[in-house]
Design a protein around this ligand. Structure first.
Ligand SMILES: C[S@@+](CC[C@H](N)C(=O)[O-])C[C@H]1O[C@@H](n2cnc3c(N)ncnc32)[C@H](O)[C@@H]1O
Length: 293
């Protein structure tokens, strides 16, 4: 290996090509670590997103990288670095509005009534990317509770496997693309323009806590305790059925008996053998706990 960060040392043709065999080994490592299932058709994603990393590490090719991830002394750090690069982090504020309306107009009032004795509410945005989803939920809780918020303990947790997106989330500043679906009144109430970006108001930012969590690590997730609402949207599309079942079983354990699980509109948790029942509300993609676990 030569000097780090010297792209000039990486020009030999084919060094950055991922062969089918290397792809299979890399995809297996990714799956075992994070449950993310890369189809062979997505080989180009790994190849293009990791080519630069190979340059940074001044590696000869993907064989060396796979070895590094398998037996290298810094493999845990490298997995983290890799997940920062290979995950798809598409998200935005108020994504899938009808579903969020269900949360705000049905689930939230139901829970505020059910929790009026303890006045405690816990919401988990699992695989939250750069924070737009948990912050959207915080805005909804904030405007629903109004001045009553001071009497409630509301905890909103955002978790993701990628540290890179969590850094963006904690910064709380977004571009016009991220806020494109935010109504003008909400924009002026909860954001302010700073250096060409939209900065989220401190009242909302302080309602959300961010932690790194790999959803495959169900034991690590337990430390976060039980939630009244779990949002896990647009990440299970990257999981196969065994991984989905593992994650959804974990949600079952960590959801209050009268709690609600929201999933992405192109995802399904039917036929996983976990006792969740869809609520009868089209476009809500919401689930309650069924009878038998
Ligand atoms: C497409 S984004 C979805 C963001 C948000 N939930 C939404 O629907 O707008 C998917 C996120 O899942 C995260 N992710 C992928 N695999 C994960 C895993 N095993 N554990 C935790 N997060 C994961 C990615 O880092 C990415 O930020």
């Amino acid at each position: 290996m030569g000097p780090i960060n010297d792209p000039s040392s990486s020009t030999s043709p084919g060094r950055r090509t991922l062969t089918d065999e290397q792809f299979a080994r890399l995809a297996k490592l990714v799956y075992e670590r994070a449950g993310i299932h890369f189809q062979p058709a997505k080989k180009y994603v790994l190849e293009s997103r990791l080519a630069r990393r190979l340059d940074e590490l001044d590696m000869d090719g993907f064989d060396q990288y796979v070895t590094f991830l398998t037996i290298g002394p810094y493999r845990d750090d490298e997995f983290q670095e890799m997940f920062n690069r290979i995950t798809i982090n598409e998200t935005s504020f108020f994504r899938n509005e009808p579903q969020l309306q269900h949360f705000e107009t049905r689930t939230l009032p139901m829970l505020l009534e059910a929790r009026k004795a303890t006045r405690r509410l816990r919401i988990w945005s699992a695989a939250c990317s750069s924070g737009e989803e948990p912050y959207t939920l915080a805005i909804q809780v904030h405007r629903t509770l109004g001045i009553r918020l001071a009497d409630w303990s509301v905890e909103i947790l955002g978790t993701d496997i990628s540290e890179k997106v969590l850094d963006v989330a904690m910064a709380g500043r977004y571009d016009a693309y991220a806020t494109r679906a935010v109504a003008p009144a909400v924009l002026s109430r909860y954001f302010r323009q700073v250096e060409g970006q939209q900065e989220l108001d401190a009242s909302i930012r302080q309602m959300v806590r961010f932690e790194r969590l790999n959803l495959k690590d169900t034991l690590a997730a337990r430390r976060f305790g039980t939630f009244d609402v779990i949002f896990c949207r647009n990440v299970m599309i990257y999981f196969d059925d065994p991984m989905k079942a593992q994650v959804v079983r974990m949600f079952h354990q960590q959801l209050a008996d009268d709690g609600m699980l929201y999933i992405g509109h192109s995802e399904s948790i039917r036929s996983l053998g976990v006792a969740f029942e869809p609520v009868a509300a089209p476009q809500a993609f919401a689930h309650v706990k069924g009878r038998a676990a």
